[in-house]
Design a protein around this ligand. Structure first.
Ligand SMILES: [Zn+2]
Length: 509
């Protein structure tokens, strides 16, 4: 047989479309040509494959070898096809039986010695390959990533000679090493809320945000613990489900600059927490590049995206957040079409009240003019500000809060807050979904007001000239507050508290 077909997978976004490596060996001038839109790194596999095969003691046919990577219209990059190409040549030249190949897929880069090297973006290929019922032959150094996909049959290999041995029946298929993922210990993996002294209203707002999935904006002078509070959010959220964890790991797999096993996979069930600097570009934030990689919004998928010093971000950069906030994914345009990455994150942002940071501070006076303060706050567009159901002040605290030793023992732990959050989420699940996405009829139906709550609401609407949208935000937050206290109807207490978290709303002109 001088023709063979070997299966492998490309990587396009989080997708892993099948690629057939067709190898034909014919008489003619010796040489290897690879066709099917290979990029530079794939063209280089010619030399790697030849050296690897010779150094591992295999015949490299001194004939005309043509390798076609089909379909041709898929972009192909990296060394991930090396192993499949080498196996294709070995099969087409009769060194291994062709029959063994149809139930297998091969991924891996070859070293010149014949060793199989780790590659990036393995997990999406394993997930897709397993659905087709094929065994996946991949670098042993990628196995802890690959094993995240439960039920996938993976064959970890270290050297091409090992692949030859099991394909010819000399040895059984290698089994993966048992990988021990550390037990999920819950909230202790994250910084604890008990470390934050005082700031009871901000902590309460964090709990409400966690319970209802609301986006949250903290504002207050520097050094009051805004970022410390934000970093505690993942620890009070429920643990990732298996499906969520797999989708988080897939994003990491594609984003990872370093291939192979690393600490991120051992902590793979951890809810993401991303805090890009305000100098971040829009590509860094939402993803892109010539070979599109996921950005911060996708790395924060199913987790928390924290933007500190929100007004310092470039306004154009912030505008690109609107798509993922609305749809839960981000589409990236590229020459060969659009691809999408998931990006369903909870947004927490922090800002100073003014450029100098001290407006409203009890001891330090603000040095800004009212115009400067207005310009600073206007850097955040109305539509973006609208996204925050909770706008919460984190004020400067009296230093006595820190010096009174007894205070620290009173701080509640993340674990105990997480229990209330879980209970409130269970109530919402029974109703159909998180309160943060309630709208229209579902919102009206789930927000029955009790007694004078209706009156308080009407007076707030009149007094503040509130828009319908602002009203909905308040209702959603009030619903979450009522769920936290396990009450069916929204009372005046719940409503008043929700109204208190709207400090930065602009009055309509
Ligand atoms: Zn100021």
């Amino acid at each position: 047989m001088s023709v063979s077909i070997v299966y492998t997978r490309a990587q396009v976004g989080l997708g892993a479309p099948l690629v057939s490596v067709e190898t034909h060996i014919a008489n003619g001038l010796p040489g290897l040509s690879i066709v099917g839109l290979p990029e530079a790194a794939v063209r280089e596999s010619k030399d790697r494959v030849k050296s690897a095969m010779l150094n591992a003691g295999f015949d490299y046919p001194a004939r005309r070898i043509t390798v076609n990577l089909a379909p041709a219209d898929l972009p192909k990059e990296g060394g991930r096809y090396d192993l499949a190409i080498a196996i294709g040549i070995m099969a087409a030249s009769g060194q291994i039986p062709v029959e063994a190949l149809s139930e297998l897929e091969f991924i891996g880069e070859l070293a010149l010695t014949g060793h199989v090297r780790a590659v990036k973006s393995v997990l999406p290929s394993v997930i897709t390959g397993a659905k087709q019922g094929r065994k996946i032959v991949l670098p042993a150094t990628n196995q802890s990533e690959a094993l995240l996909c439960e039920g996938a049959e993976i064959v970890p290999v270290r050297h091409i000679h090992q692949v030859f041995q099991f394909l010819t029946g000399e040895i059984p298929f290698p089994e993966p090493d048992p990988v021990v993922y550390p037990e999920q210990t819950g909230s202790s993996e994250y910084p604890d809320l008990a470390d934050v002294v005082g700031q009871f209203q901000a902590k309460r707002a964090l709990e409400i945000a966690a319970a209802g999935g609301h986006h949250l904006l903290f504002y207050g002078p520097p050094g009051t613990g805004k970022s410390m509070l934000a970093s505690r959010l993942p620890g009070i959220l429920p643990q990732l489900t298996q499906d969520e964890a797999i989708s988080v790991a897939s994003v990491r797999s594609v984003a990872n600059q370093s291939a192979g096993d690393n600490v991120e996979y051992r902590q793979w069930r951890k809810r993401p927490y991303r805090d890009p600097h305000h100098s971040a570009s829009s590509v860094a934030l939402v993803g892109g590049g010539s070979v599109p990689r996921p950005g911060e919004v996708s790395l924060a998928h199913h987790g928390v995206l924290f933007l500190d010093e929100l007004p310092e971000f470039d306004r154009k950069v912030l505008e690109v957040l609107r798509e993922p906030l609305e749809t839960g994914h981000i589409a990236i345009s590229r020459a060969s079409g659009k691809l999408t990455f998931p990006a369903r994150f909870q947004l927490v942002a922090a800002m100073n009240p003014c450029p100098c940071g001290y407006a409203g501070h009890p001891a330090i006076s603000c040095t800004d003019t009212p115009a400067q303060v207005a310009r600073y706050r206007n850097k955040i567009s109305g539509p973006l500000l609208d996204r925050f159901d909770l706008q919460v002040e984190v004020p400067a605290q009296d230093v006595r809060v820190f010096t009174q030793k007894s205070t620290t023992s009173r701080e509640e732990s993340s674990q105990s807050v997480a229990r209330r959050v879980a209970a409130a989420r269970a109530i919402q699940r029974a109703r159909g979904g998180l309160n943060s996405v309630l709208s229209g009829k579902a919102l009206d139906e789930s927000c029955e007001l009790e007694g004078d709550a209706q009156m308080i609401l009407e007076s707030a609407v009149d007094r503040l000239g509130m828009s319908a949208r602002a009203l909905h935000r308040i209702m959603r937050v009030a619903r979450t507050i009522a769920d936290l206290s396990e009450e069916q109807k929204i009372t005046s207490t719940h409503l008043s508290e929700a109204l208190a978290y709207r400090k930065l709303d602009r009055r309509p002109n």
